[in-house]
Design a protein around this ligand. Sequence first.
Ligand SMILES: Cc1cc2nc3c(=O)[nH]c(=O)nc-3n(C[C@H](O)[C@H](O)[C@H](O)COP(=O)(O)OP(=O)(O)OC[C@H]3O[C@@H](n4cnc5c(N)ncnc54)[C@H](O)[C@@H]3O)c2cc1C
Length: 348
Amino acid sequence: MNACFVTLTKIKYDKMFKAMNIDDMKGSNVKSVVETEKVKCLIVGSGPAGYTAAIYAARANLSPVMFEGLQPGGQLTTTTEVENFPGYPKGITGPEMMEELKAQAVRFGTDVRWGFATKVDFSGAVHKVWIDENKVIESEVVILATGATAKYLGIDDEQKYAGSGVSACATCDGFFYRGKDVAVVGGGDTAIEEAIYLAGLVNKVYLIVRRNELRASKVMQDRVLKVKNVEVLWEHQTKGLTGDGVVEGAILWKKKGTPEEEEVTIKIDGFFLAIGHKPNSDFVKDFIETDEVGYIKTIPGSSKTNVAGVFACGDVQDSIYRQAVTAAGSGCMAAIDAERYLSEKHSN
Ligand SMILES: Cc1cc2nc3c(=O)[nH]c(=O)nc-3n(C[C@H](O)[C@H](O)[C@H](O)COP(=O)(O)OP(=O)(O)OC[C@H]3O[C@@H](n4cnc5c(N)ncnc54)[C@H](O)[C@@H]3O)c2cc1C
């Protein structure tokens, strides 16, 4: 993963949010809209879900217009090797793969544009989406493919070693650490799942848990405590990472802030964050149902949201799998659902 890219993306996001004051824009004080454009099919987001939706929508004559957001190509542009997407037997880098998806979408006529959705109005028959501060797109169908962002601890070393030992996806990167020692940070169900998954690949897993108990369900707790090569480090927090270019160890605080506080070091090659994700759904929350974390709720077996003509695909609606191939699969579903919605609507 390119650490510089991650940093720049974050800076861009921070600046943009500050400049736009998105909270203010939720109210009625948006005065600077200068242009309205009508389109048939709007796709928000340019990760594997958005591009797959675009390929299908374009081939179904829906003339999709896509807004890429601040991370054109999505999360995969922050990683190096992708080895688990079908069709690439030798693997491919994330940025290259996303260029190929984009080329395929453009080949069939997708209109890919720079722009960031800040606000929506899904109360009428035609859906409105505000792009940046200066444009309203009116569309009969909207496909939300805005992904999710992994949460990090916020320590400098996470960025320093991003892609060089730090990962937020065990399923994606665990394979690279076969036979080595790694640490997983977190105490919830996801952290336990990731620790158990990694335990099947690596030599040893340290599970770094801030409290003296796990937040995970009882079943998951019982499962992980039985795995021989998982050692739970109770009441530990990460102070920093060490290593010459790649992660070689972690410095931890044990019982931080108590009289028994002490510093502990562990030798590891991989440091996996499993403290949750934030779905990029804030801008639709006034109209679209989400779960308590912010994942968009879709009708099981479909990409349909609670609003007719608005569909969701990829990580923004998937708290479980969060893989490029599942995102792409659900992007296909969203385009097919959108096409069927339009043809039914116009046949009446
Ligand atoms: C470091 C890393 C490595 C990974 N490695 C693998 C791997 O090897 N294999 C694998 O299968 N998966 C991997 N994944 C997971 C995979 O990247 C995701 O599951 C996948 O990218 C999700 O696709 P998506 O299209 O739903 O969303 P994303 O890829 O997150 O794309 C979201 C898109 O929405 C846009 N967006 C967000 N908000 C807005 C807005 N308001 N307006 C307009 N656009 C917006 C963004 O700019 C972006 O283009 C990895 C993830 C990471 C972070």
